[in-house]
Ligand binder design. Structure first.
Ligand SMILES: Cc1ncc(COP(=O)(O)O)c(C=O)c1O
Length: 395
């Protein structure tokens, strides 16, 4: 069997071997509890956590005390949005978000709507962009939070974060940003005008699963948030529970490597992504979703009209891709992101997400282009709807 060509790095990335090496001693010799400051082994674990906090902070231009470790982005998102609502609902109950957010944000907001929150979901244009004037006019005196992602997980489309932060400051509201897919892929800097709260996840960054962080601005603002988990008072009483020291060390190392490699890696991935897109665009009736908007360097979402994404994926079992649609209880709904961008349900079902990563090579991209071109042509050749399309009877 051919080696798997892994183009599903937005779902999760492989662990960088250097990250694993950094983590290993904290499973074995340095296993102590980072809260056990009564002995040397505990203090060593605590020092490793402090070091990792510095590494994560450095990646986003924060200071270490602004970083709280969580079990991943989903927890950080819940902590940020629920925490802000809990502490600011007397000021107002209005939150602004967008239809193309990740389910972790949308479902958290849906939960809060049941608790009395009022949420405005901004639409996007066909390239997945939000209209900043529409955002400006949607902000009300009772708006307490803007919850808008840095870059979309299905399309890679990047929101204008600095402009959103300016609007947030102008209206004296808070800005939470889900930066899970952007961190380590593009430069993210919270030190100037930027989000007040921001989340990240190690497993999207060549780190381990089950660890992430929430940044909460402390320098220029006093932001009140609360804990989801109560108990031993770890993480400055914001996140109780024995610290996952190997995971935290892994996240720290992953952040350090991402920071070192960012300037070389982003253009390398852009070049690979462009090679892929240029070749696949030669196939008739294909479209790149969000092509007109700024995008992450490594993500491409392509519609192969009159086919189904799962048909294509089934025909290229040695290429790991994603259809970008949520699989809920065995039924495949068309992607809410692509539908929000105005794609028809058949076109959303015909769309594939390619998310490249650190370990992908040019040879893999070329091999994938060859296989996909053959498969798309073959599937269309035997498709009645494609024949109608060719005859000009359907668009
Ligand atoms: C944009 C975005 N937000 C949040 C998450 C959830 O991250 P985690 O798996 O760390 O909970 C993901 C993962 O798919 C994501 O892509």
């Amino acid at each position: 069997m051919d080696r798997l060509i892994y183009f599903d790095n937005n779902a999760t990335t492989p662990l960088d071997p250097n990250v694993l090496n950094a983590m290993m001693p904290y499973f074995t010799t340095h296993f102590a509890n980072a809260s056990s400051l009564t002995h040397r082994a505990g203090r060593l674990a605590a020092a490793a956590v402090d070091g990792a906090r510095e590494q994560v902070a450095a990646l986003v231009g924060a200071s270490a005390r602004e970083i709280t470790f969580t079990s991943g982005a989903t927890e950080a998102i819940n902590m940020a949005i629920k925490g802000v609502f809990e502490h600011y609902h007397r000021k107002g109950k209005h939150i602004i978000s967008c239809r193309t957010e990740h389910k972790a944000v949308l479902d958290t907001l849906a939960y809060l709507e049941k608790k009395g929150a009022e949420v405005t979901y901004l639409p996007t244009d066909s390239d997945g962009r939000i209209d900043l004037d529409a955002l400006d006019s949607a902000i009300r005196p009772d708006t307490i939070l803007l919850a808008l992602m840095y870059a979309n997980n299905e399309t890679g489309i990047i929101h204008p974060i600095a402009r959103i932060a300016e609007l947030s400051d102008k209206h004296q509201t808070l800005f939470f940003c889900d930066a899970t897919q952007a961190i380590g892929k593009v430069g993210v800097d919270v030190s100037g005008t930027g989000p007040d709260l921001l989340c990240l996840s190690a497993h999207k960054l060549y780190g381990p699963k089950g660890i992430g962080a929430l940044y909460i601005r402390r320098r220029s603002k006093r932001i009140q948030t609360g804990a989801l988990l109560h108990g031993g008072g770890q993480e400055n009483k914001l996140r109780a529970g024995t610290l996952n020291v190997p995971g935290i060390v892994g996240l720290g190392k992953a952040a350090e490597i991402a920071r070192q490699q960012l300037t070389e890696e982003a253009p390398r991935l852009t070049a690979l992504r462009d090679t892929l897109e240029t070749a696949l665009r030669k196939l008739p009736a294909t479209a790149i979703n969000g092509q007109g908007a700024p995008r992450l360097p490594h993500v491409s979402n392509i519609t192969f009209r009159h086919l189904r994404a799962d048909q294509i994926m089934f025909s290229v079992p040695d290429i790991a891709l994603a259809s970008g649609s949520a699989c809920v209880s065995g039924t495949r709904d068309p992607s809410h992101v692509l539908m929000a961008m105005g794609l028809s349900a058949p076109d959303a079902h015909a769309s594939l997400r390619f998310s490249l990563g650190r370990f992908n090579t040019e040879a893999e991209v070329n091999a994938a282009i060859g296989k996909l071109t053959t498969v798309v042509n073959q599937l269309r050749a035997s498709s009645p709807i494609w024949q109608l399309h060719e005859a000009g009877l359907v668009e």
